[in-house]
Design a protein around this ligand. Structure first.
Ligand code: SF4
Ligand SMILES: [Zn+2]
Ligand SMILES: [Zn+2]
Length: 303
């Protein structure tokens, strides 16, 4: 027997174990968009005349982020939305996802900017990854991408940089930091304050479970992503993902509980560990907490 939506008489397409609700397509989409609007209002107030840059990887999460931001703000003449894709130089993987990003921005009539590690850093992940087996290519790649995204957002005069992290990503990161006892990373994970030289990072999907992002993307004909990056290797995060998913099945609502507990704590953390003002990297000029930024150190520019 098909279940009926708890809000109307149509057939349900999803059962949210954590809320106890069966929802039809229309009411599922409404539920996702309502939660995202709430998150934006609570953590990332969008004012007049803002430019929002969306980091677009071409996968389901960033595509959904762009699609929803466009749905919410696209009609406002004073808000500008720009997609930015970073080409890290990963053959057989990145070209496909950039093609997806192009198709989506074309469909929505949004400008897409593509910039590469090759042009910016004169290297590619295909060059770097084979040398980084121990430490993991991802931390390297992540630092460089973050730095480049921030640089482009500054160039565009953007006040927000939206990224596609969903509830699962956030819950995993929170638990990971707990298990490593890494309080300073916790502080940085908290909903950010405005800091000179660092464009405010916005995570509109932080309240939406990964499965629901995938369903939302599917229902709206958005890119779902192409396999995985060949260098993806985050051993501990993988373990935590499995553990959290098993826990969520047995104890629905666990991921939400981790996030809301963290949000309550982050106010207290912020008082104990105030975010310091940023200085400028003496090599590239990007905002950083030390004399030389993480990206320049990784690139060996300080040697
Ligand atoms: S999986 Fe790792 S190496 Fe691949 S694009 Fe993502 S961060 Fe970079
Ligand atoms: Zn319904
Ligand atoms: Zn630097």
């Amino acid at each position: 027997m098909t279940m009926k939506c708890d809000k109307c008489k149509h057939n349900a397409i999803i059962f949210q174990k954590y809320s106890g609700m069966h929802l039809c397509k229309k009411h599922f989409i409404e539920d996702v968009e309502r939660k995202i609007k709430l998150t934006i209002r609570k953590h990332y107030t969008v004012k007049r005349n803002e430019t929002i840059v969306v980091g677009l990887s071409g996968g389901k999460d960033s595509s959904t982020t762009l699609y929803i931001l466009d749905k919410i703000f696209g009609k406002r003449p004073d808000i500008k939305i720009v997609g930015v894709s970073i080409d890290e130089g990963i053959e057989g993987y990145r070209p496909n996802t950039i093609q997806s990003a192009k198709e989506l921005t074309d469909r929505l009539g949004i400008e897409l900017i593509v910039r590469s590690f090759k042009d910016e850093y004169d290297t590619t992940m295909d060059d770097i990854a084979p040398q980084k087996r121990e430490k993991g290519a991802c931390s390297y790649c992540g630092v460089l991408r973050k730095s480049l995204l921030n640089k482009i957002a500054l160039e565009l005069g953007a006040s927000k940089l939206a990224i596609g992290h969903n509830l699962d990503d956030e819950a995993q990161t929170i638990l990971l930091n707990h298990l490593k006892g890494d309080v300073s990373r916790m502080v940085r994970l908290a909903p950010p304050k405005e800091l000179e030289g660092l464009v405010l990072r916005m995570k509109p999907l932080r309240n939406i479970p990964e499965k629901e992002v995938a369903l939302y993307a599917y229902l709206n004909d958005l890119p779902l992503g192409f396999g995985g990056c060949p260098y993806a290797h985050e051993a501990m995060r993988k373990e935590i993902r499995v553990m959290l998913n098993e826990f969520e099945v047995r104890h629905p609502g666990t991921k939400y509980a981790l996030l809301s507990g963290f949000d309550k704590m982050s106010g207290i953390l912020g008082k104990e560990f105030p975010q310091v003002g940023l200085s400028k990297c003496s090599i590239c000029g990007q905002a950083c907490t030390e004399d030389i930024c993480q990206a320049c150190k990784l690139l060996g520019r300080d040697q």
